[in-house]
Design a protein around this ligand. Sequence first.
Ligand SMILES: NC(=O)c1ccc[n+]([C@@H]2O[C@H](COP(=O)([O-])OP(=O)(O)OC[C@H]3O[C@@H](n4cnc5c(N)ncnc54)[C@H](OP(=O)(O)O)[C@@H]3O)[C@@H](O)[C@H]2O)c1
Length: 304
Amino acid sequence: MADNGSILVTGAAGQLGAVGRTVTGLLLERGLPVRAMVRREDDRAAALRAAGAEVVVGDLLEPADVSRVVSGCRRVYFGMSVSAGYLEATVIMAAVARDVGVHALVNMSQMTVSQMSLRHTTPSRQQRQHWLGEQALAWSGLPVVTIRPTMFLESLLLFAGLTVRDRGRIELPFGRGKTNPVAAADVARVVAAVLADPGPHLGQIYELTGPRSQDMHAVAREFSDALHREVTYADIPPEAWERELHREGLPEHLTEHLVTMGALHRAGRYDRLADGVERVTGRPAMSVRAFVALHAEACGGRRS
Ligand SMILES: NC(=O)c1ccc[n+]([C@@H]2O[C@H](COP(=O)([O-])OP(=O)(O)OC[C@H]3O[C@@H](n4cnc5c(N)ncnc54)[C@H](OP(=O)(O)O)[C@@H]3O)[C@@H](O)[C@H]2O)c1
């Protein structure tokens, strides 16, 4: 079958980074047919349909659902929310993609995988599942393109938005560690570019960061510049952050992942600079300042 059928985008409703939702929009803008997979019928599904996508409902942990939604598609974006069943979903997708004969599978992973090996994993089960998932996909022999973003700017905004609004402070346990978060919109631009013309990208691993690796004091200065008011950084004890995450009642899998991410930041492991966004899309990655200016409301607004 030729590659001109629908492109399947999983996780298309979008929750945090909403990479799948943005990818759907970008592909539709290019005039490409998209099958958008969602977990349930809701307003987000209706919006995807209104935008021109073929919306299909299914569970990525149910092989029969995955088989049904992949059937007829030769290009697939596979991504879903951080969750305990991630590896299982990855292997189900691999088995189905082999069965269907997918020509390009774009797999969402994480940049931390670049630093992992059999003797050096991290305590985050999410990160381990991405690491194992990448290996399973390599064993599958499928034509894969691997996307390894660092922390999303959307995550940073989620962690910092309220305290910036209420106290003019980013309060995180990142110590003096440098970081270089990437906008999920930039990640989506990379994924969409690959899906539109997968050939040159097959077998590639794209590491994605923002344009500048800097410590959290410098990140806070970018918030200040964007919001026209002073924002500072307070390094908080990791235990205090963990208590806060537990208080918020997040799933244990996610809490464990975030605690690990904080510890890795503190240890300098997010001090990375990669050119994947510009290399694939021809445009540089968005800065913290530009991102915060776009999302000023989440930080209590911008002073004129
Ligand atoms: N956030 C970061 O800082 C960061 C950094 C690097 C890499 N990543 C990776 O990015 C991925 C997350 O991407 P994202 O933020 O774009 O995702 P997202 O916005 O959280 O959306 C993912 C979608 O997956 C759907 N989903 C979850 N479980 C499903 C299931 N069993 N069956 C069908 N659909 C399911 C969710 O549906 P509902 O909304 O209906 O529940 C949601 O709409 C993860 O692989 C993560 O490791 C994230």
